[in-house]
Design a protein around this ligand. Structure first.
Ligand code: AMP
Ligand code: GLY
Length: 434
């Protein structure tokens, strides 16, 4: 089988790495890929948003299956375009991907279906929005409706900052059309958890749980990033939460989508917040998470390929998903300046030594080959994942690998998975978790 992975980050390297282990994969292409995917197959210099270019490549190279990493091509309709040409592709259609590409749409679907989520007002007019925020208790959350490269959510501590965020989005169009409508949402307290589910129409199966670390610095300080590390399973996830997730979120949601005449086939990643044992949805993503993929896939036993195929074919309910009982920890190494401006082209050393380590996998994100060396080419450079007999053991192994890798200006958080340690994850009972 000839496989095509769209995207070039750590998530796509992890997908390519896992899928390449399938005995049925003969050739693998990645667009645009990175130095990590280049070791597994062939990188193709097509940007992920060039949908006609990707489609032509798939046709000319007799691709049997395309797997899409990032959100933008899904929101722009890559799946619809490929399916029109009878090209097999993993991911939701443009209409179904609106669960991620329009927060207003997602909120409306959740409301109709009775899925627990934050209360919100929806506005496209600055005066009405400003009047609304005067009456609220603070903090509140202001969200741009559309995709805003992870920057469209503002937690406003008072009315003045709420008004500022509203003016930025509705009047000054900071996010273009993505901010032409906003949600003004109640602030929810709790711990956050990333769920990954393979969804095929009316049925789904849980692939795994993880916790991301979005802030740049230790102790959850500093600006938001694409994600500085993760661990899986989410330490405090238990049978009760999983039951609620099934009964209150997934079943009503899939019924609600059917009522809207939408069929979702792909990976659904609900971002949840859990407060006093009650689960609510913060957002839906319609693709694998980054860095969640890098921490979940190393725990997946067996072949990912048939799971993706069953999802496309609507047969996910009979598939078997088995995860390694051992937890995993992923530490992201970033370039100096990230999440702001960075300087690329720094030589990376230590990768060969880490490749010899057991239970460690290094996923490349912003890397490329240059004159025989591997050099940095982006903000998030590497995601270093380790499996261990316990969460502390996985942490120790991941950090001992990170310490062997060097590039000028490298920085990373030192507290990935640390806050989870006093939580419920004992060394003996990881087996019951997803
Ligand atoms: P979203 O893109 O909706 O996931 O928002 C990004 C981040 O903003 C989330 O991961 C949360 O940390 C935070 N956030 C979003 N909505 C809320 C909310 N209603 N209450 C508290 N935090 C929120
Ligand atoms: N880790 C969050 C995301 O992939 O959106």
């Amino acid at each position: 089988m000839r496989l095509f992975v769209v995207g070039g980050g750590g998530r796509e390297h992890a997908l390519a790495w896992k899928l390449k282990q399938s005995p049925r994969i003969e050739q693998l292409f990645c667009a645009p890929g990175n130095a990590g995917t280049a070791e597994l197959g062939e990188n193709v210099p097509i940007p992920p948003n060039d949908i006609p270019g990707l489609r032509r490549f798939a046709q000319e190279n007799r691709i049997d299956l395309t797997v899409v990493g990032p959100d933008d091509p899904l929101a722009a309709g890559i799946v619809d375009e490929f399916e029109t040409e009878n090209l097999r592709i993993f991911g939701p259609t443009k209409a179904a991907a609106r669960l991620e590409s329009s927060k207003v749409f997602a909120k409306q679907v959740m409301r109709c279906a009775g899925v627990p989520t934050a209360m919100a007002g929806i506005f496209d007019e600055i005066r009405k929005a400003c009047r609304f925020v005067e009456k609220l208790h603070y903090p509140i959350v202001v969200k741009a409706d559309g995709l805003a490269a992870g920057k469209g959510v503002v937690i406003a501590p008072d009315a003045e900052s709420a008004r500022q965020a509203l003016y930025d989005m509705l009047e000054h169009r900071r996010f273009g059309a993505a901010g032409a409508r906003v949600l003004i949402e109640e602030f929810l307290n709790g711990w956050e958890c990333s769920l990954h589910a393979l969804v095929a129409g009316d049925h789904y199966q849980l692939l795994g749980t993880a916790c991301d670390h979005k802030r740049l610095r230790d102790g959850n300080e500093g600006p938001n990033t694409g994600g500085m590390g993760a661990f899986s399973p989410a330490a405090a996830w238990d049978q009760n939460l999983e039951k609620q997730f099934d009964e209150k979120i997934m079943r009503p949601l899939l019924r609600g989508l059917r009522d809207e005449k939408l069929r979702f086939h792909g990976l659904l990643f609900p971002g949840l917040i859990i407060q006093d044992g009650a689960v609510r949805v913060l957002e839906f993503n319609c693709r694998f998470g980054d860095p969640e993929t890098q921490v979940i896939l190393p725990r997946l036993k067996g072949d990912l390929l048939p799971l993706l195929e069953s999802t496309i074919d609507g047969q996910i309910e009979t598939a078997r998903i088995e995860l390694d009982e051992r937890p995993a920890v992923t530490v992201v190494m970033a370039s100096a300046g990230y999440p702001g401006r960075i300087e690329a082209g720094k030589k990376i050393s230590g990768l060969e030594e880490v490749a010899e380590m057991e239970n460690v996998q290094v996923f490349h994100a912003g890397t490329r080959r240059e004159n025989g060396d591997i050099v940095t080419s982006g903000g998030r450079v590497l995601a270093v994942t380790a499996l261990g007999s316990s969460l502390p053991a996985a942490r120790d192994i991941a950090y001992s690998a990170v310490e062997k890798i060097h590039f000028e200006g490298a920085h990373y958080r030192r507290d990935i998975a640390l806050a989870a340690l006093p939580a419920k994850l004992g060394e003996t009972d990881v087996a019951s978790r997803s």
